[in-house]
Design a protein. Structure first.
Length: 259
């Protein structure tokens, strides 16, 4: 009797358009996010409506918070063609909303080497020199240099700037992010170019003639801090210089974050 009723129930379910549990295929996520190297791999199911894809991509990157900033992103739509517009739209979304560094498309789904987002360490690839008068970096992450920056030399980078050495009078430093000098800073600096007031400047020996952070300029440097490790930030639309050892600004951050 039970077997007969069970068969009748299944027959009724099929007539009503109800698919038995064992016949339901598992759903395929429209977007998958995976951390790879110094960036992220985003796998897209192009069969899903675009609006749903954009929504899921936004939700995933919102969870990353500042980890997404300046990161390298590779988008994989599988072994299919004709989705360049979708990739370009995701690229615009990620760059405008989450400030990622770069967005590229994976060309070979079966090649895991395409997903290895290794940093380019070659100075020849990332740095242009101009007759020893200065450097211009086109990359969006940190530019790290060692040695003395002499008078007449200019350093300009889109990201953060770290110099292990002294910066002589007559030199110029400009960075889209923070500027850290592991030596004497005796030249003008412009951090947060052009309008990032949240950037900072730090030096082991802080003696620049003037300093600009975002849209805020200061021509007066606290002489009492001369020769000390100084940390300069913008507060209440003014540049404030503080003794780094006393204030320990980074000690207030509960866990390591990407600069």
């Amino acid at each position: 009797m039970w077997l007969k009723n069970n068969k009748m129930n299944k027959h009724n379910e099929m007539e009503l358009g109800i698919v038995p549990n064992e016949a339901v295929a598992p759903s395929i996520p429209s977007v998958k996010l995976k951390g790879v190297g110094d960036g992220f791999l985003v796998t897209i199911n192009p069969a899903v409506p675009e609006e749903e894809i954009y929504k899921e991509v936004s939700e995933l990157f919102e969870r990353l918070k500042n980890l997404a900033v300046n990161s390298k992103v590779v988008i994989d739509v599988g072994n299919v063609e004709g989705y360049d517009d979708l990739v370009n739209n995701i690229k615009l979304l990620l760059k405008s909303k989450f400030d990622v560094g770069s967005v590229t498309k994976a060309h070979d789904k079966n090649s895991t080497s395409n997903y290895q987002l290794n940093k380019q360490n070659s100075v020849d690839n990332n740095l242009r020199t101009n007759n020893n008068k200065g450097w211009i970096s086109d990359r969006s992450d940190a530019l790290i240099l060692t040695g003395r920056v002499r008078s007449g030399q200019k350093i300009d980078t889109k990201g953060h700037l770290i110099i292990a050495g002294n910066v002589n009078p007559g030199a110029e430093l400009t960075a889209g992010g923070n500027i850290i000098v592991l030596g004497s800073l005796l030249a003008p600096v412009y951090a947060g170019y052009p309008d990032d007031d949240e950037a900072f400047v730090m030096a082991l020996d802080f003696r620049p003639p003037n300093i600009q952070i975002g849209g805020v300029v200061s021509m007066e440097i606290n002489s009492e801090l001369s020769g000390k490790i100084v940390y300069a930030t913008v507060k209440d639309n003014k540049i404030i210089t503080e003794d780094y050892i006393k204030t320990q600004p980074f000690g207030k951050i509960p866990w390591p974050t990407i600069m």
